[in-house]
Design a protein around this ligand. Structure first.
Ligand SMILES: Nc1nc2c(ncn2[C@@H]2O[C@H](COP(=O)(O)OP(=O)(O)OP(=O)(O)O)[C@@H](O)[C@H]2O)c(=O)[nH]1
Ligand SMILES: [Mg+2]
Length: 283
């Protein structure tokens, strides 16, 4: 990274956040990139019970993240393996207050260099809440396809025709996003039992190759992302200054008008007093 943190950075960050509240998450992402070490951070993000933790366990090659057939992950957790920090996030749409969603969103927007949007193929097309959250993520950086992909999980649970239908549907919903269709279960079984057929049918090889390429280029990816976010913050700062200037100009115009009105009222009052004084024969 070319960006460097100085000792006053926390103060600068607090000041910038106060000036640009709408850019808070982008500023924190810039900050996270400055603080982050060399290891790329890869996060799984998506609805609860769609297979995020299972996918990460398959990628890591051991049971690190808890898996269950119900809402399970409620906190963001990280695991350092093979020079990668793997991040598991709470499932979306699982708690009424939305606390989990906020935690997951913060990890996705601030911590992740690479973001795997996990969706269970059995659920069919993406639903409204997924689309809303994915669009929010994509808004942060217009080059989102450079760091994000959609992982269709649990493909062992559907027929190939079914899978193709869902892939087409999702391609229509998110045309710019690369899709990887995988079965974490098949992959893990293939590895554990030394069965190449399972590994091949898991779709994980293509996904792993793609992740490897992203990992190898992480320095450049971060640098480009950092530059885009800094540019965005600069534009927002400029817009904010322009708004303030416009407010200031209109305040000055108002003040001038008030001053003019004041002197004109004052003149009328002065004339009235003079007249009254004359009428009373006091001058
Ligand atoms: N058949 C099959 N089941 C899977 C696969 N991946 C995950 N599952 C099952 O799906 C269920 C949910 O998996 P998790 O990995 O806990 O899902 P999650 O998205 O992390 O869920 P939360 O932590 O609640 O957000 C578990 O019962 C898993 O065994 C897969 O590739 N194939
Ligand atoms: Mg989980």
């Amino acid at each position: 990274m070319t960006l460097k943190k100085n000792k006053d950075w926390s103060d600068d960050l607090a000041m910038l956040e106060a000036l640009l509240p709408s850019s808070k998450q982008n500023l924190r992402r810039i900050s996270a990139m400055m603080e982050g070490g060399e290891c790329p951070k890869i996060a799984a993000f998506g609805k609860y019970n769609h297979g995020k933790s299972t996918l990460l366990n398959a990628l890591v090659g051991k049971e690190v993240f808890k898996v269950a057939d119900k809402r399970e992950t409620t906190e963001v957790s990280e695991f350092n393996h093979d020079s990668v920090i793997w991040i598991d996030t709470p499932g979306l749409d699982a708690d009424v207050q939305g606390v989990d969603d906020k935690r997951a969103m913060t990890a996705a927007l601030e911590s992740a260099d690479i973001l795997c949007l996990v969706h269970n193929v059995k659920a069919g097309e993406l639903d409204r809440s997924e689309m809303q959250l994915y669009r929010k993520l994509m808004k942060q950086d217009r080059n989102y396809s450079g760091k994000m992909m959609l992982v269709l999980s649990q493909i062992d649970q559907v027929t190939p025709e079914n899978l193709e239908d869902v892939e087409n549907e999702i391609r229509r919903q998110l045309p710019d996003l690369q899709i990887f269709s995988v079965s974490s279960l098949r992959y893990t079984r293939g590895i554990q039992e030394g069965k190449d057929g399972f590994i091949k049918a898991s779709g994980m090889k293509e996904f792993l190759e793609f992740l490897e390429e992203l990992k190898n280029n992480i320095g450049d990816t971060r640098r480009r992302e950092g530059l885009r976010l800094v540019r965005k913050a600069r534009v927002e700062l400029k817009e904010m200054i322009n708004h303030r200037n416009a407010d200031l100009e209109s305040a000055v115009v108002n003040l001038e008008k008030h001053e003019k009105d004041f002197w004109s009222d004052f003149d009328v009052a002065r004339k009235k007093i003079m007249k009254r004084t004359e009428d009373l024969g006091l001058v």
